[in-house]
Design a protein around this ligand. Structure first.
Ligand code: PMP
Length: 367
């Protein structure tokens, strides 16, 4: 039911959208914003120039629709990922959120279901809702880990049409073992289940954490999604993509809007891929700051989860909201992900990380 204060109450909305709030972290004006897992390093100057050049060249043709099949971009993305992938294995859209939405449009929908393992990326239930797909929240162990055996058992129990595995997982930060992906895929084999591994943060993984890309050969219903929003420091460009069997990539044409990837987006992404070494140079620094946060928070008596991503999820005592507010009072915005006793912070630049750690020390000293 709508509350009387709901400004949308008078609209003839779909019943299942009534009373819902839109997704979105607060975009507050603060000194240090570490709440949305962006790469806080600015885009390097050589990449800025390359993007401006490419977009400038493309601008003259903006009277025409873009290359609908974004062939050059798919080739460049395949080249970046390696693993023997070719353009036919690749698909792209406006952010990996749109990728996930298109996957549900094609393989979910009314009468179908998607399973993921909570706590996980909070957009999954909303993407399910928007596409009329039933959302099933599977469970993790108390320490937020997920074993192959537990995941496979839950797949057999619910027999969903699609599974979303977030690895490294948002908000907890830890990657899944490939044995979990293999077990989930095998458990869903008998009913042709599609398994999507959301690797938005893969480039930040610790050494020895292999990508699910290595599992693609021989698995026609496995999809590995990536984004340029995190490691590539290009959240504003809106470019997500996936690698899968060519037939599955081809199926996306059934649900994408015509010309969904603008000429400007394609030009930007191509320039970024040409300069990926320069863009990805920030990843090493982000990982250093991430590891610094984990060790410093432990030293301060808090309990951070092992992180393969550009953020750290940590247990902060009983009143997470009080700490969130305390840090904000110091000009540092982190994310209260709604899990009691926990907060999530994005690893920023060295200065931002120092500001965060100082604010934590200050808060703990006061409380
Ligand atoms: N997957 C995960 C796990 C994420 O955390 C995010 C961004 N917060 C996304 C997908 C979507 O990213 P984008 O649409 O910017 O590619």
């Amino acid at each position: 039911m709508n509350s009387p204060a709901d400004p949308l109450a008078a609209l003839p909305l779909r019943d299942d959208l009534r009373g819902m709030s839109p997704y979105g972290a607060p975009q507050l004006q603060v000194r240090v914003a570490l709440n949305t897992n962006e790469n806080t390093h600015p885009v390097p100057q050589d990449v800025v120039e390359a993007i401006a050049r490419r977009v400038g060249e493309a601008a003259g043709a903006l009277n025409r629709y873009p290359d609908r099949d974004f062939t050059d971009l798919r080739e460049a993305l395949a080249g970046y990922l390696g693993h023997g992938l070719t353009a036919e294995n690749l698909w792209a859209a406006n952010g990996s959120n749109e990728i996930l939405q298109q996957l549900l449009q094609a393989f979910g929908g009314p009468g179908r279901s998607v399973l993921s393992f909570a706590p996980t990326y909070s957009m999954y239930p909303l993407l399910a809702l928007g596409t009329g797909t039933k959302y099933i929240a599977g469970v993790r162990a108390e320490d937020f880990s997920l074993t192959a055996e537990s995941a496979a058992r839950q797949v057999r129990e619910h027999a969903p049409d699609v599974v979303f595995l977030c690895s490294p997982n948002n908000p907890t930060g830890t990657a899944l073992g490939l044995d979990v992906v293999e077990a989930v895929y095998a458990a869903g084999e008998f009913h042709d289940m599609v398994v999507v591994v959301d690797e938005a943060y893969a480039e930040f993984a610790r050494a020895g954490t292999p990508s699910a890309l290595t599992l693609l050969p021989g698995r026609a219903r496995l999809v590995v999604t990536r984004t340029m929003s995190k490691a590539f420091a290009l959240a504003g460009a809106r470019l997500g993509y996936f690698a899968a069997d060519p037939r599955l990539a081809d199926a996306m044409r059934l649900v994408r809007l015509p010309y969904h990837l603008s000429t400007v987006t394609q030009a930007t992404a191509l320039a970024a891929l040409e300069h990926h070494a320069s863009l990805l140079a920030t990843v090493a620094d982000v990982k250093r700051q991430r590891d610094r946060i984990v060790s410093e928070l432990s030293r301060l008596g808090l309990d951070p989860a092992p992180s393969d991503s550009n953020f750290v999820f940590f247990a902060c005592g009983s009143d997470a909201h009080a700490m969130w507010q305390g840090l904000l009072d110091e000009g540092v915005l982190v994310r209260d992900v709604g899990i009691p006793g926990h907060l999530r912070v994005t690893a920023g630049t060295e200065e931002e990380t120092t500001a965060f750690l100082d604010a934590v020390s200050c808060y703990l000293g006061r409380s």
